[in-house]
Design a binder for this molecule. Structure first.
Ligand SMILES: NC(=O)c1ccc[n+]([C@@H]2O[C@H](COP(=O)([O-])OP(=O)(O)OC[C@H]3O[C@@H](n4cnc5c(N)ncnc54)[C@H](OP(=O)(O)O)[C@@H]3O)[C@@H](O)[C@H]2O)c1
Length: 265
């Protein structure tokens, strides 16, 4: 793995520069994505369309598309000279990242019930994003990020870590509620009840946004901020789209329920 990195980058200064560029590119992509999502929903799940390529089985798609977000970091941490992995702040931030992606890539896909097939283009873009972001987050944390030795006691790290955990629990719990709306073999939609769904239509998205915002606060880098911004753009647009969809689909949809932010929006 080190050999590949040496072939790609002439020096560590160059690699760090590229990592910074990738973060700024991700922020620009978030802005472009936001503009695009004003006109079109991300085409998977209930918005899947044959215009974006042939359908890929949903469990296969989620497993294969998310796997690079786990495998690329695994190689970077264990099969390269990852010089910062002996430092506690880096270790804890890497644990947060891996905790999410072990669940997302190795557990979540196999729990899906009756999900819609994913169009090939969405599947392909998800693979590219997972490789891109996996490299960006974990290469920076495992080899470059320098924190003061007492960073884990800093209010930013502590509050960020708590936000990350709360967001992760909300995300996993909300996805659990959604999947249990369907009995085995069912593919239709029902009104989600319980947990944070009593307050917002996009409870799972709210959790994930909080999660990566907390990670960005604890990680305090342009790289983690870029991922938090990208997640916020994609998932807040999806929450708004789902909310509108529920209101047109179900006459008895709870009127007090908001799209994303409890009591606010
Ligand atoms: N970090 C990021 O940028 C990012 C991007 C995308 C997704 N994610 C995360 O990935 C996870 C899944 O995302 P998603 O966009 O697929 O979420 P979603 O649209 O809420 O769907 C999640 C699953 O629940 C099913 N479902 C949703 N609403 C339902 C209802 N009312 N009745 C019955 N079943 C329902 C869906 O089936 P159908 O397939 O049939 O709709 C799908 O299998 C979430 O945790 C999300 O936060 C993260």
């Amino acid at each position: 793995m080190d050999v590949i990195l040496k072939l790609l980058f002439s020096s560590e200064t160059m690699e760090l520069y590229i990592l910074d560029c990738l973060a700024y590119i991700m922020i620009s992509m978030a802005f472009l994505t936001f503009v695009t999502l004003l006109f079109e929903n991300v085409p998977y799940g209930r918005y899947a369309s044959s215009r974006y390529g042939f359908p890929v089985n949903v469990k296969f798609a989620w497993f294969v598309q998310e796997l690079p977000a786990f495998l690329v970091p695994l190689c970077l941490v264990f099969f390269t000279s990852a010089s910062r992995t002996s430092h506690l702040p880096n270790q804890l931030l890497l644990c947060m990242y891996f905790c999410h992606y072990i669940q997302r890539s190795l557990i979540y896909p196999f729990l899906i019930r009756g999900g819609k097939s994913t169009p090939f283009l969405s599947f392909l873009l998800a693979i590219v994003f997972c490789m891109y972001n996996g490299y960006l987050q974990t290469r920076y944390l495992s080899h470059y990020a320098e924190y003061p030795s007492d960073w884990v006691t800093h209010p930013f790290f502590i509050s960020g870590g708590i936000l990350w955990l709360v967001g992760w629990v909300i995300n996993v719990h909300s996805d659990h509620i959604l999947r249990n709306l369907r009995k085995p073999g069912e593919t239709g939609y029902k009104i989600p009840r319980g947990g944070l769904f009593e307050l917002v239509s996009g409870a799972n998205f709210f959790g994930e946004i909080i999660e990566w915002a907390g990670f960005a606060l604890a990680g305090h880098s342009i790289h983690s901020l870029a991922f938090a911004i990208f997640t916020m753009v994609v998932l807040s647009c999806r929450a708004v789209a789902h909310h509108k969809w529920y209101l047109t689909k179900f006459e008895d949809y709870p009127k007090s329920r908001k799209a994303l932010l409890p009591f606010v929006f």
